[in-house]
Design a protein around this ligand. Structure first.
Ligand code: ACO
Length: 457
């Protein structure tokens, strides 16, 4: 391909200072990369972030060379500039706004992290109190939404309900749809964060035929969510604080992961100026896919299939045999080539939850721990840098809490809504925001004459 285009190579000129850029960006260019296309040498600015690889700004490539770049799956493409989340997959680092994920999971709580992701700083005591109050006052959904749920078959996958219900919020909250008004944007963010657990619990209640449980303003975010999931009108329930804390941690760990498929979907949908509720609906649709939000369910199925610690060596043998098509689910990650920092926190949380519930002898946990031990000392996994990812332990925790496997991805959506709205807000505030419009490598038919029906074979 490169020979065909006459595109020879890229040189990074680290010493050559660039002319002052027309528009000052946060990542000011001070180096350039030279791309030889045919007999032309084209120079492109290199932008440095605060951490991570620098990028080559090729936005003027087409104008200057008549060529596009080609990068299916965005393996080498930074789609935007962002200040929210930083990942170093080789070092196993995940940070929100500069704070390590394990510190946030252990020392903070979900709404504090939501504030951090949205506004860039941890709240002080007054800001936190106001934010928690604001979110709490938005947890109820319009009563008419109950009828929307009732239009779905009881057997619907709860993610189908979530895609529909989240996008439908745009039909109820007309006073926060003007994306050009900062106050309305903020109100939409609060509404999405507050109402998503209510919708998620409604999706669960609907599927099991229980009445919906209204939010309770005297409960914390995760406590309220678990109450809406498991309470019934017949009996007073008290949410176990250990489980509420574990849920809070899980939500923190899943809150954002920079430009993953669902977040990029939200940004792409929003780039046209679509309303935020509809954009989050698009994000939920993307998250639903098994390559994104659905792997923790697959881990549970795998552990069940293994059934006993004594079957692990035989299972590992199958995983290493490529012809079997079997993978060790919950292991490996496109970005992390080290232990996923979220998996470390979840392993500990998993033991805490099972101990609290008197299920420490849970056979699935025993199998998971032994699988991890064997895999981490096996050359196959070491060589390929395959470590447990966030999904390896989360399913065991959910199962122990009594959450059905169909709801696992819904919980992911509840958490990731915070990341989606934070990324959406950042994008809306960015003056460089443009409609997302990728190009393509066209390989279809060239122009041909129209053939009337009677002459077609
Ligand atoms: N079990 C066994 N072998 C594996 C696994 C695994 N889980 N993951 C990767 N490998 C092997 C591949 O066979 C390949 O081997 P080869 O070099 O001999 O051909 C090598 O490791 C590289 O694998 P790729 O598939 O190229 O890696 P990629 O980065 O594209 O895939 C993925 C990442 C999809 C997550 C993969 O590791 C996988 O399928 N894992 C299991 C599913 C899973 O847990 N997904 C959840 C990810 S976390 C999340 O999305 C929230």
């Amino acid at each position: 391909m490169s020979a065909m285009l006459g595109l020879s190579y890229i040189i990074i000129n680290s010493e050559i200072p660039m002319a002052v850029p027309e528009k000052k960006t946060a990542a000011a260019p001070h180096r350039s990369a030279t791309l030889a296309v045919g007999d032309k040498n084209l120079s492109f600015p290199m932008l440095d972030g605060t951490e991570g690889p620098s990028v080559i700004d090729i936005s003027k490539l087409y104008g200057e060379s008549g060529h596009f770049t080609y990068d299916p799956g965005f393996l080498s493409t930074a789609s935007c500039e962002s200040k929210i989340t930083f990942i170093d997959g080789d070092a196993g680092i995940l940070r929100y706004r500069g704070y390590d994920i394990d510190a946030l999971a252990e020392k903070s709580d979900f709404l504090e992290v939501a504030y951090l992701l949205l506004y860039g700083e941890l709240p002080n005591a007054k800001q936190k109190q106001e934010f928690v109050r604001t979110i709490t006052l938005h947890t109820m959904v319009h009563e008419q939404l109950h009828f929307l749920f009732r239009g779905f078959p009881r057997s619907s996958h709860p993610m189908a309900l979530m895609v529909g219900a989240s996008a439908s919020l745009s039909a109820f909250y007309h006073d926060s749809l003007d994306i050009n008004v900062p106050e309305q944007r903020e109100l939409s963010c609060w509404r999405m964060i507050a109402k998503m657990p209510t919708l998620a619990a409604m999706a669960h209640k609907y599927s099991v035929g229980h009445p919906f449980i209204y939010p309770q303003n005297d409960l914390g975010f995760s406590e309220n969510f678990l109450n809406m999931m498991f309470a019934t009108p017949c009996e007073k329930t008290k949410v176990n604080p250990v489980l509420a804390r574990a849920m809070d941690k899980i939500l923190i760990l899943h809150a954002d992961h920079e430009q993953n498929a669902s977040t990029s979907t939200v940004r792409m949908a929003a780039s046209s100026g679509a309303n935020p509720f509809a954009c989050i609906g698009a994000g939920i649709a993307s998250l639903w896919g098994p390559a994104h939000g659905g792997a923790n369910e697959a881990v549970i199925n795998m552990l069940r299939e293994i059934g006993d610690v004594k079957h692990i060596p035989e299972f590992i043998k199958k995983v290493k045999d490529k012809s079997s098509g079997v993978r060790l689910m919950g292991f490996g990650h496109r970005v992390y080539k080290n232990y996923d920092p979220r998996a470390k926190v979840l392993h500990k949380t998993c033991s805490e939850v099972l101990a609290e519930l008197g299920k420490i002898d849970e056979p699935l946990l025993k199998i998971a721990v032994e699988l991890e031990r064997i895999a981490l000392s096996d050359e196959y996994f070491i060589e390929r840098k395959l470590y447990p990812n966030v999904d390896f332990y989360s399913g065991i925790i959910y199962r122990a809490m009594g959450i059905p496997s169909k709801m696992f991805t819904v919980l992911f959506a509840v958490a990731r809504t915070v990341g989606w709205v934070a990324q959406w807000k950042e994008m809306m505030e960015d003056p460089k925001n443009k409609i997302g419009r990728p190009r393509q490598l066209y390989t279809g038919a060239r122009q041909r004459a129209f053939v009337p029906l009677e002459k077609r074979s």
